[in-house]
Design a protein around this ligand. Structure first.
Ligand code: E4P
Length: 221
């Protein structure tokens, strides 16, 4: 399973990248607004320089004729840019055309398996089913991941399932169990994945016992 960080914050990307397990980055307009990105293309270029893996940059146009030049412009920033396109009619049309041009896409704002099926048929590189936002409205986000993985397996679609809108480690664990190709998550969730209180207390005990042994060696009875 690939791990992407879901942020536009350069410090967070650097911190996750330094861990050595980061495979890519996803951004969206809200994440850019959160940190006040002024030069969007320049900011994406910086992220692309920092990481080796794929970096999703989202278009804000919603009409086919506008999505296409915006997407081409984003794709030209760096080889590892993946253009994020919303799952609307014009977006699907654009994904098909971009795919024919060899431009990789991440089809975003997916909330149903039928949407995911259409995105795969259009040739999306990634599909982003939003788990947390479905859970937020009392629907089953994890079931969507299971359905999409199964449908893609049934027909051999190459579109990768990118579990998005992840809120906590269980979303990552369940996505991994179900065979999602990628999980994109905030830095906080990456940190949560590796922490366990028994590791902390176990280490504390090992180190205390070691210190005690050193004292005993220094001052034999
Ligand atoms: C990533 O590609 C998505 O834009 C992101 O995971 C959405 O997360 P949110 O539902 O927490 O805003």
């Amino acid at each position: 399973m690939k791990f992407f960080i879901d942020t536009a914050d350069l410090e967070e990307i650097e911190e996750a990248n330094n861990l050595g397990v980061l495979d890519g980055v996803t951004t969206n307009p809200s994440l850019c607004a959160k940190i006040g990105v002024a030069d969007f293309e320049g900011h994406i270029a910086k992220i692309c320089d920092m990481v080796e893996g794929d970096v999703s940059a989202e278009v804000v146009s919603t009409v086919y004729d506008d999505i296409m030049p915006e997407a081409r412009n984003l794709a030209a920033i760096a080889d590892n840019v993946v253009v994020k396109v919303p799952l609307i009619k014009d977006g699907i049309k654009a994904i098909k055309a971009l795919s024919d041009e060899g431009i990789r896409t991440n089809c975003t704002l997916c909330f149903s398996a039928t949407q995911a099926l259409i995105a795969a048929k259009a040739g999306a590189t990634y599909i982003s089913p939003f788990i947390g936002r479905l859970d937020d409205i009392s629907e089953d986000g994890m079931q969507l991941i299971a359905d999409v993985v199964q449908i893609y397996d049934n027909y051999g679609f190459e579109t990768e399932v990118l579990a998005a809108s992840i809120r906590h480690p269980m979303h990552v664990l369940e996505s991994a169990r179900m065979g999602a190709d990628v999980a994109t998550m905030p830095l906080k969730v990456i940190d949560q994945l590796l922490h366990h209180p028994l590791t902390d207390s176990g280490l504390e005990r090992f180190l205390a016992d070691w210190d005690k042994l050193q004292e005993e060696i220094k001052t034999p009875a």
